[in-house]
Design a protein around this ligand. Sequence first.
Ligand SMILES: Nc1ncnc2c1ncn2[C@@H]1O[C@H](COP(=O)(O)OP(=O)(O)OP(=O)(O)O)[C@@H](O)[C@H]1O
Ligand SMILES: [Mg+2]
Length: 473
Amino acid sequence: MSFGIDFGTTNTAGFRCAGGLTEEIGDETRHPIPSVVAINKFTGEVEVGRNARKRISLEEEDGSWVVVRSLKRELTRNTQWNVGGRVYTAVDLTAELLRKIASRPIAWGGSRISKATLGVPVRMSPTARRRLKKAASMAGIEVSAVLKESTAACIKYRALLANLQHAAVFDWGGGTLDISVIRVEGTELTELWSDGRDLAGDDLDLVIARYILSRCREASDGVPEFDQLTKPQQLRLLYEAERAKQVLGNDPEHEVFIEVGGKGHAVTIRQTDIERELRPWVREAVEFLGGCIEQSRLAFDELDLVLLVGGSSQLPLLSRMLDADPRFQGRFEQPGIPEWDVAHGAAILDGAPDGAYVLSDPISLLLADGSEFPLVETGAQPMSSVKPLCLSLVDNNESANLIFRQGSTEKPLLYVAVPALGFDEEELRVEYQLTEEWTFRVEGRSASLGERSRTSNETEELQFRYVLPVIDG
Ligand SMILES: Nc1ncnc2c1ncn2[C@@H]1O[C@H](COP(=O)(O)OP(=O)(O)OP(=O)(O)O)[C@@H](O)[C@H]1O
Ligand SMILES: [Mg+2]
């Protein structure tokens, strides 16, 4: 039995694969659980998911609940809330959400999720990955592996790619845009490039919220700016903005009713207005995709297909822009309803044999003569302890600049500048590790300068290869 979990900014989903059968793990509505948590100021009660989300619209003025939306962004920022004299960290609240998803299979007679593979945004920092792992552990979930959300979705759709050579996955969610550019060779998928940005549904909601306020302001005086609203008012307006964004994908007009500045306002928003407001952001997302293809060193005509996944990819404006772009015209597809893609792909990887998930290329250190000294081979698994390395400086320099590369990509993987005393043959002690969060970490110090020269750096920007089982449905 294998499990995948997609802790999304907007929605959190689980997925189970067992003996050829698959099962979606969401809430009572059979959809993913909204990533929203509410804390009662008086009782300390914590609500998770749909009930918590309802409080945004129902109880904003009551004041007894603090509602946290887009929990994953808060985890990245390491936010804390002081509610009713108690401090709640983003890790605590994430643990509550993960606990809920882990216990859901019990509702239909299964056992709780105690081990799973988790999707993460491509650029989720090593520290944020550790926070997520801590939250999972607090929820009783052992993390078998983490993988990029866009690559997880690619794994789910690998049957669609069977006769193709190169594909890109454009996973546009609520908090991040994640892109993986993939080479397909039979059942093997290799990341040629992947990158992510904090430009997604939440940002579009904010643009629409500001637009709604500007329309209210045209009609009456005294309408405040978004930043001047109280937190509950902001949440409520973002909620309305998100609804407007979704409805206006189909309908030409939508009426929004909000209460700000002490009175109620009704404004009619047209699809054309919203598209004008969102156009620059959608364009930026498309340009980011273009940049990722360039970084992968594929020519655009070598790209067979762009898979559009994630809720924000349902924006009709995105499909129209891609269709009008010669680089992508006729080469993109929305393969399905995106709710379970990432969790499903993570569950497939969770059930793959050991060694199915390896580095796409080895990691090496660049030496002074331009050659590369191999450090981590492609088949390496995360290391439980650091590996030592002893180097000597050939230059008389006050800083030893260590440059690490993965494969032959133009952009180096990692730099570490270790202070040095500055004499020939000075000894440098370096330790490196492919960590359990699938990041690469280096720490170095000069033997002569000792502890005060200790410097470290870590990156999540690694590319991987996945050797997958033959399609099981
Ligand atoms: N029909 C639609 N049109 C436009 N946007 C939509 C539509 N349906 C959902 N969305 C948006 O998609 C986003 C949620 O997508 P998704 O569930 O893929 O995100 P997530 O996985 O929770 O977030 P992330 O992967 O960024 O952490 C929200 O911003 C939501 O408003
Ligand atoms: Mg997502």
